[in-house]
Design a protein around this ligand. Structure first.
Ligand SMILES: Cc1ncc(COP(=O)(O)O)c(C=O)c1O
Length: 443
């Protein structure tokens, strides 16, 4: 982030401006349409709480490139570390000529993730790739094959992770057949569950399903997002996660927490499973791990991680030295700048504002989330019927007014906020003012 990047929302053209429109025309004739874009503008610079586009418009960033730039875009320590590493060497392949940065990231992950047992880590490139590897490790360790994922889950777009992902459009439709031996269990969804289904009851429901329809004897792993991302920022009811984790331990099933979206200070703990006091066997991380560079990891119990034979895990780029340098600088930034606490402050500010908005407008059916991972589930007034059209209208109006917000949810009716932790309260409040005005304008 350059020092000259002003931390303010400033629109100098209609959105999109002429240069963005020109680039969108080029995109349409050069880029496969399957790769969609949320915003109609092209970025040139970003940092703090702002993204600037090619026409000179500055947007308030409430998306962090989908929970990636948690420490801020081009965060100073990340920029310095990357520059230094690029000048030293860009790639040797860790599997050919290893380097210290990879080992240091593994040490940091082993230290930071929940539990003080002996751990090992392995590094990859994307969240989906790390989820796939966590499943490989669980299968090697248990010598079993089945995998349970949950309703509304999102684990990625590769073949195995498409099978594990719940939502058909746009993630899976037309792309099958999918990987076998993947089963889907019911989640705890406090806003939509029957009122008598608390965390313990939801866990019993899921466990009964797993025991009767999969069988612990066949099950290698249960994979769960401690707070769901694309599925709608669903925070399971208290007691759900610990009960599932305990059942896994008792049944020789590997409990895998997919913290790709919720990890690295995002939720006001270093990892979201800490809110529930859960210690996963394996934890999958990506996104916020490296300040915008592509890196992902699986970290977990040494005896499980080491179940895969020598050279059974890896990949050409996994744990690339530049991404590792960025990750070490990202972790240093989170720790030195108190960003876990900053996420908690952001939670207080956002929940307070959104609850006040909800008090006057029952279309905000549910306000939920933790830290800087907050969402509003939007419904038709007087009902709990999802309203994806209104959700899209609010998001589009916010975009045109200079605020980047994202949507998600199985029913497409969740507005989600993932601000960088480097954003100021002033920008955050202004961003929420814009969203509040969009609700009013769409009354
Ligand atoms: C919980 C979760 N798992 C896995 C993934 C896939 O990560 P990637 O897009 O880096 O493959 C995502 C991406 O949004 C995610 O939110």
């Amino acid at each position: 982030m350059s020092a000259s990047l002003e931390q303010r929302r400033n629109l100098v053209t209609a959105i999109p401006g002429p240069r963005s429109r020109e680039l969108m025309t080029r995109k349409k004739s050069a880029v496969a349409q399957g790769v969609g874009t949320t915003m109609p503008v092209f970025a040139v610079e970003a940092g703090g709480g702002v993204v600037k586009d090619v026409d000179g418009n500055s947007f308030i960033d409430l998306g962090s490139g989908i929970a990636v730039t948690t420490v801020g875009n081009s965060a100073p320590r990340v920029v310095d570390a990357v520059r230094e590493q690029v000048e030293a060497f860009t790639h040797t392949c860790f599997m050919i000529t290893p380097y210290e940065g990879y080992v240091a990231v593994a040490e940091a992950l082993n230290r930071l993730t929940p539990g003080d047992h002996d751990k090992r880590s392995a590094l990859f490139n994307s969240g989906a790739e790390a989820v796939e590897n966590a499943v490989k490790i669980a299968r090697a360790h248990t010598k079993k094959q089945a995998v349970v994922a949950f309703d509304h889950a999102y684990h990625g777009r590769t073949n195995l992770t498409m099978a594990m992902t719940a939502k058909s459009m746009p993630y899976k439709s037309g792309f099958g057949p999918f990987s076998p031996e993947v089963y889907r269990a019911p989640l705890s969804y406090p806003y939509r569950d029957e009122k008598n289904v608390d965390g313990a009851a939801a866990a019993r429901r899921a466990i009964t399903y797993i025991e009767k329809q999969v069988g612990a004897a066949n099950l290698a792993a249960v994979v769960i997002e401690p707070i769901q991302g694309e599925g709608g920022f669903i925070v399971p009811a208290e007691g759900f996660l610990p009960a599932i984790a305990e059942w896994c331990t008792a049944n020789n099933v590997v409990f895998i927490a997919d913290e790709v979206q919720s990890g690295f200070a995002r939720t006001g703990e270093m990892f979201a499973c800490e809110h529930d006091g859960v210690v996963p066997d394996l934890i999958v991380t990506a996104k916020g791990i490296a300040g915008g560079l592509p890196l992902s990891a699986v970290t977990g119990r040494a005896e499980m991680m080491d179940a895969a034979h020598v050279s059974g895990l890896g990949g050409t780029y996994g744990g690339n030295p530049i991404a590792c340098a960025a990750a070490l600088a990202t972790i240093e930034t989170i720790e030195a700048d108190g960003l876990v606490e900053r996420a908690r402050q952001i939670e207080r500010l956002m929940l307070d504002r959104l609850h006040r908005l909800q008090a006057d407008d029952d279309r905000l059916g549910d306000v939920r989330g933790r830290g800087a991972m907050i969402a509003v589930e939007i419904v038709k007034s007087g009902t709990d019927e999802p309203d994806p059209l209104l959700t899209n209208a609010i998001a589009a109006a916010s975009h045109l007014a200079g605020v980047i917000v994202l949507t998600c949810g199985t029913y497409g009716n969740v507005l989600r906020f993932l601000p960088p932790l480097a954003i100021s309260d002033e920008l955050l409040n202004e961003g929420l003012d814009v969203v509040a005005a969009a609700f009013k304008d769409n009354a």
